[in-house]
Design a protein around this ligand. Structure first.
Ligand code: NAD
Ligand code: TDX
Length: 333
């Protein structure tokens, strides 16, 4: 797999994967296809080796462009998406375009040129769990998405599954839990709270703050995806998680402690419509069949490094901050 086409490579997780692949596989060449929406940022890809990396600005719904790029690659790894639940509640349409039509366009091209395809998805396709449910999500949990975002991700997964069965598409799928780490857009929970504190405002918890997310460092997501691309079985789905369940209130308190503030210095704000209570991944299949293990097992340490990164990279996040908060205000969050 020398030539890799990575969609959404200018976003948070995609750019981490680009850097990870170029570091781990010295023989690989990467092309990124990214539309540079509000969430894409070329600064995320700064300093990569020119002879092994190229960037194409474009839309995954542009079939002619997608065909041209897919034709000359060995592997397609599809990260590009509209990725934020709150945005999907304000305006669902871009989610249908990017997540459904975009995926359709890519898998049609992968089918036409008989290319290996890996589909990046989320644990949110499974809906949510009760706080006291002993079960976690597995590869056979029924799909039950709650939001416009998660329903379009679920739809895209189902397209891929159907293309495997009906057309023999050489595809794998991974569904990962909540990522954290450097370069995450300030609209998302952890960067929003860190940057609110850096701007002398209080973190904002939706509703009770008892909701649980299963946090994984984005580099662990990347290592799992590369392993699945290289050793995963065609047609299979793998769940990616690092046993990182935490409720939102405890994460906010940890951020406040790390930043030297009173751990109760946050406010409760309006809850998100349809807010999922708990996500939890059972990663047994990935661990036992492919032997994957996460590197970042100390969440508090990973969070501390992430806080440091946002402190040291104001130039990166400051330009997005005012527009993000204006969007939240308009949406009543
Ligand atoms: P992000 O919003 O940071 O980045 C998305 C990228 O896709 C951006 O660079 C954007 O410009 C690009 N893009 C959007 N629409 C496009 C289009 N039509 N054509 C080309 N490029 C387009 O997202 P992220 O958090 O890095 O998530 C990446 C992927 O991982 C998504 O598929 C998401 O569903 C999935 N995922 C995310 C998480 C998480 O915690 N963030 C967890 C599990 C799965
Ligand atoms: O200001 C906030 N206050 C708050 O309490 C924000 C932005 C969020 N929250 C809560 C909502 C969620 O319970 O924090 C939790 C995490 O919120 P998000 O960062 O928006 O993530 P989530 O909705 O869980 O979805 C994320 O994980 C799965 C990613 O955004 C998705 O792309 C991924 O598929």
């Amino acid at each position: 797999m020398k030539e890799i086409l990575i969609t959404g490579g200018a976003g948070f997780i995609g750019s981490n994967f680009v850097r990870y692949v170029l570091t781990q596989r010295p023989e690989a060449r990467v092309t990124v296809l990214d539309k540079l929406t509000y969430a894409g940022n070329l600064a995320n890809l700064a300093g990569l080796p020119e002879e092994r990396f190229s960037f194409v600005k474009g839309d995954i719904c542009d079939a002619a462009l997608v065909e041209k790029l897919v034709k000359k690659t060995d592997l397609v790894v599809h990260f590009a998406a509209e990725s934020h639940n709150d945005n999907s509640l304000l305006d669902p349409r871009p989610f249908l375009d990017a997540n459904i039509i975009g995926t359709f366009t890519l898998i049609e091209a992968a089918r036409k040129f008989n290319k290996r395809y890996h589909h990046i998805s989320t644990d949110e396709v499974y809906g949510d769990l009760e706080l006291d449910d002993p079960a976690r999500f597995t590869e056979t949990t029924p799909y039950q998405p709650s939001s416009p975002y998660s329903s379009t991700k679920a739809g895209s997964d189902l397209l891929v599954r159907a293309w495997v069965r009906s057309f023999g598409l050489a595809a794998t799928i991974s569904n990962c839990s909540n990522n954290y780490g450097p370069y995450q857009h300030v609209e998302k929970f952890i960067p929003r709270q860190i940057t609110e504190i850096l701007e002398d405002r209080r973190p904002r918890l939706y509703g009770s703050g008892q909701q649980v997310r299963d946090w994984i460092h984005t580099e662990d997501h990347s290592s799992a995806v590369l392993l699945i691309c290289e050793q995963g079985e065609i047609g299979e789905t793998y769940l990616i998680g690092a046993d990182g369940e935490r409720n939102n209130i405890s994460v906010v308190r940890e951020i406040l402690r790390i930043m030297g503030r009173d751990e109760n210095d946050f406010e409760h704000v309006n809850d998100r419509a349809g807010h999922d209570m708990r996500y939890a991944i059972d990663p047994t299949k990935l661990r036992t069949k492919l032997g994957w293990t996460p590197k970042y097992t100390d969440f508090a340490a990973g969070l501390k490094d992430t806080v440091e990164w946002y402190k040291e990279n104001r130039d990166w996040w400051q330009p997005q901050k005012a527009a993000t908060e204006a969007k939240y205000k308009k949406g009543g969050f």
